[in-house]
Design a protein around this ligand. Structure first.
Ligand SMILES: [Zn+2]
Length: 271
């Protein structure tokens, strides 16, 4: 039974990953979300059997059925990663339930707060995937995606029973962390989108300890990447790294390991 749900999480993640690939493109082009998917190169409509996550890409050998132009490896890669992350979120919130009988498990999944945690986790993965792809491809943060997600995640926070003032505190810390840098660096390095993203991270981590852990992990990743780039490619320090990419990565890592990191750190301090 548990494996059924695990399989479902994986499959659902694959489908959402496929949807996100398409959503990112439409957000960028400011196109409507309705209507069938089409090949971005020949604009030929994609049939459902050519739109199966990963499998279709493998069968078509990474080329469009009609114009035979290459389909970016981004498509199957995003599908795979989102699928795996969705399954991992499931394991994180239900891991201890593997010993339960099918009926117990069914009740547990659908009646407890865990289902909402699962939904919040999945949503956080989805929005961070959008932010990641957007920032890698176009060095931009999608404001509509952030605002819509903010509404959903704020609602989920309230459903999960987080105190309104704690949520607000996290949002203010997240937004002002980047807002202050924005003002101090005079708009160099930090973009306005990062301030919005900071606020959204506050909603995803309504516990500000976790929020700081997410930001810390992001900056560590950014710093390591910067150093590696300088060593490998000899890039100058001035080369701009897309901050949103690292904030998205840091947030996803903090979702899984943020609490362990905090516990470890507090352990070091002997608290
Ligand atoms: Zn085509």
């Amino acid at each position: 039974m548990v494996y059924l749900f695990l399989g479902f999480s994986l499959a659902f993640g694959l489908i959402i990953g496929s949807f996100l690939n398409c959503l990112v493109w439409r957000l960028y082009k400011e196109e409507t979300l309705l209507g069938r998917s089409f090949c971005p190169k020949c604009h030929h409509q994609i049939s459902w059997f050519d739109n199966i996550p990963i499998l279709s890409w493998l069968i078509l050998k990474g080329r469009c059925r009609h114009c035979h132009k290459a389909i970016a490896v981004q498509y199957p890669l995003v599908e795979f990663i989102v699928g795996v992350l969705f399954a991992l979120v499931f394991i994180k919130f239900y891991g201890a339930g593997f010993a339960y009988s099918p009926l117990d498990f069914y009740v547990w999944v659908f009646t407890g707060a865990k289902a909402w945690y699962l939904l919040a986790g999945w949503w956080a993965i989805a929005i961070m995937t959008i932010i990641f792809i957007f920032d890698v491809r176009w060095l931009l943060i999608s404001l509509p995606a952030i605002i819509w997600s903010a509404v959903v995640i704020f609602s989920l926070d309230l459903i999960l029973g987080y105190n309104f003032w704690n949520i607000l505190l996290s949002v203010v810390i997240g937004a002002s962390f980047f807002g202050l840098q924005f003002l101090l660096t005079r708009e160099k390095g930090i973009g306005e989108g990062d301030i919005w993203l900071g606020g959204l991270m506050g909603l995803i981590f309504p516990n500000w300890h976790l929020l700081l852990a997410a930001i810390f992990i992001s900056y560590m990743l950014g710093g390591i990447t910067g150093i590696v780039m300088i060593i490998v490619w000899g890039k100058k320090l001035k080369t701009k790294l897309p901050l949103g990419v690292f904030l998205a990565l840091g947030s996803v890592i903090a979702l899984f390991f943020g609490q362990s990191l905090i516990d470890w750190y507090l352990g070091l301090l002997g608290v």
